[in-house]
Design a binder for this molecule. Structure first.
Ligand SMILES: CC(C)(COP(=O)(O)OP(=O)(O)OC[C@H]1O[C@@H](n2cnc3c(N)ncnc32)[C@H](O)[C@@H]1OP(=O)(O)O)[C@@H](O)C(=O)NCCC(=O)NCCS
Length: 188
């Protein structure tokens, strides 16, 4: 896998996927997007939330570290006409086992338009063809209906529910729905 280059930019019709720059301006924008819709974004953070703009900035600075030679992340901002709509990509890339997890979020105004369903195949192509991974997972909170729908509609197999896997900061416990797609199931 280390022979491959992580694309800097992927163009899909009128969307541009590119890394979100670790700047104060973007950190402020993302902080506002998440704070204004904390009830939905709690699923992205296992019930927690950014505490400050500085938290967001640190998170994106860490992600863009050039010493990330194993490409632990291949996450891309989703831009349309230079407006940041959300993020999609691969995290937890495991070069030994050749697996990764797809993750995504959208700001509220960008939801319900099929954007993630349009982009999941693009990320699958990156995973299976460019990075030559064997398997990709979508693991989501069992109560995260929108995310579960994406996994189901895109042909991911529900491999199990890991019971009470997460303890959120509010004391509630949450199970995780584990969906997966093998390279042999890709494009079927
Ligand atoms: C996950 C997320 C990107 C989905 O946004 P989206 O791609 O625009 O998806 P939609 O809002 O269109 O929802 C997808 C499907 O779930 C359905 N759905 C969403 N919420 C639902 C609810 N509460 N009850 C029933 N169905 C629901 C929608 O009707 C839609 O169904 P359809 O595809 O059959 O039309 C968005 O909710 C988000 O950013 N969430 C926070 C981050 C997150 O949870 N990421 C995933 C972590 S695993």
């Amino acid at each position: 896998m280390s022979d491959f280059i992580k694309p800097e930019k992927i163009i899909v019709e009128d969307f541009v996927l590119r890394q979100i720059p670790a700047t104060k301006d973007f950190a402020e924008e993302i902080y506002d997007i998440f704070i204004e819709d904390a009830d939905t974004f709690k699923h992205w953070f296992n019930g927690g939330m950014w505490k400050s703009v500085e938290d967001v900035l640190k998170y994106y600075q860490n992600k863009s570290q050039p010493n990330d030679t194993r490409w632990q992340f291949a996450m891309y901002g989703i831009f349309k006409n230079d407006e940041l709509l959300g993020e999609i990509g691969l995290s937890g890339i495991d070069t030994t086992n050749q697996t990764a997890e797809i993750g995504y979020w959208l700001k509220k105004s960008a939801r319900g338009k099929g954007i993630i369903d349009r982009l999941i195949p693009v990320i699958e192509q990156l995973a299976f063809e460019t990075f030559n991974l064997r398997k990709i997972n979508i693991w989501c909170d069992n109560d995260n209906i929108a995310s579960r729908r994406h996994a189901e509609k895109n042909g991911y197999i529900l491999e199990g529910i890991q019971r009470e896997r997460k303890l959120w900061p509010d004391g509630s416990v949450h199970s995780t729905a584990m969906f997966g797609k093998l390279k042999s199931e890709y494009k079927k």
